[in-house]
Design a protein around this ligand. Structure first.
Ligand SMILES: [Zn+2]
Length: 297
């Protein structure tokens, strides 16, 4: 993703630290999401065209083999030439018409292929998050809308971030779903990016659909998570934009402030010790509650 440098400080809210009993019943298992993240990140760097990328694909394929898994393979026209990429879509049907899509990207950054960049937070944590959310959905009756999990490929730039050198997987899938009529059925698209950070501070992303951001805020409030959400607002270019541009209600749930002065972002510092089960619990709680709120609309 790409964030702009200007930031608008909305509220400086220094919350008194109260330890949340997140392990208490009724909370999402961030521990489980963290365990999945650890397993996935252990593959190592997974930049497109690498052996690690093929392993990441095999990992997702094996993990979701008993679910309704769809693979969306395509060749992207990138600055380094044609590259084979693959999105994974896991479908959990519901009784209500309409689809709620949760998304993340899973690959790592190609330009960082020489620095052992494993993307524990960037691509890793949200892959683990969606895998743990799948555990909450699998085998349970769903009276609400269908829920589809999408693991995007090719979010990162191959050379320099631009509209034509980024978000290859989401641009491909949004166009495809535009042609086959799927887009019109999507009630909400929620993107997760870089939200495993121990120091969680999720921005209000200003390209997102306002009512959907409001639902996220409402969901966070229910659990007393207000201090982790929307202290700042900022536009970010990310995998939600191809959906936003096609009129799909979309929100990018992202923490673009990673490490001191964002010093862990796109560096070899993006490792497992920087992310936490607690942050993933907060994320999972808020995603699941926002799904509930979308279903009530
Ligand atoms: Zn990245």
């Amino acid at each position: 993703m790409k964030a702009f440098l200007h930031r608008l400080l909305i509220v400086v809210f220094l919350a008194g630290v109260s330890s949340l009993s997140l392990a208490a019943q009724g909370h999402f298992s961030g521990e489980r999401a963290l365990a999945y993240t650890r397993e996935f990140v252990a593959i190592g760097p997974r930049w497109p065209t690498s052996l690690g990328h093929a392993k990441a694909e095999a990992f997702l394929r094996a993990h979701f083999q008993r679910d309704q898994l769809e693979e969306d393979a395509f060749t992207a026209d990138t600055p380094i030439g044609p590259v084979n990429l693959r999105n994974f879509i896991v479908k959990f049907p519901g009784k209500k018409p309409g689809i709620i899509v949760l998304g993340t990207h899973y690959e790592t950054n190609y330009p960082l292929r020489n620095i052992n960049f494993v993307g524990a937070n960037d691509g890793g944590s949200t892959t683990g998050l969606l895998m743990a959310i799948a555990d909450q959905l699998r085998g349970k009756p769903n009276d609400g809308c269908s829920i589809w999990l999408v693991f995007f490929d090719g979010e990162e730039a191959f050379v320099n971030w631009s509209q034509s050198d980024s978000t290859f997987g989401s641009r491909h899938l949004a166009a495809k779903w535009g042609r086959d009529g799927t887009l019109g059925k999507i009630k909400a698209f929620m993107l997760a990016d870089m939200i495993g950070d121990k120091d969680l501070d999720i921005q209000r992303e200003t390209n997102s659909t306002p009512w959907l951001s409001d639902l996220v805020k409402q969901a966070a409030h229910k659990f007393g998570y207000d201090r982790y959400f929307f202290k700042m607002e900022e536009p970010v270019e990310d995998d939600h934009l191809p959906f936003v541009h096609r009129g799909v209600p979309s929100v990018d749930i992202i923490d673009i402030d990673y490490g001191p002065n964002n010093s862990y972002h796109h560096t070899a510092q993006d490792t497992m010790d920087k992310i936490s089960a607690k942050s993933l619990t907060i994320d999972g709680d808020v995603f699941l509650e926002t799904i509930r709120l979308v279903n009530l609309r």
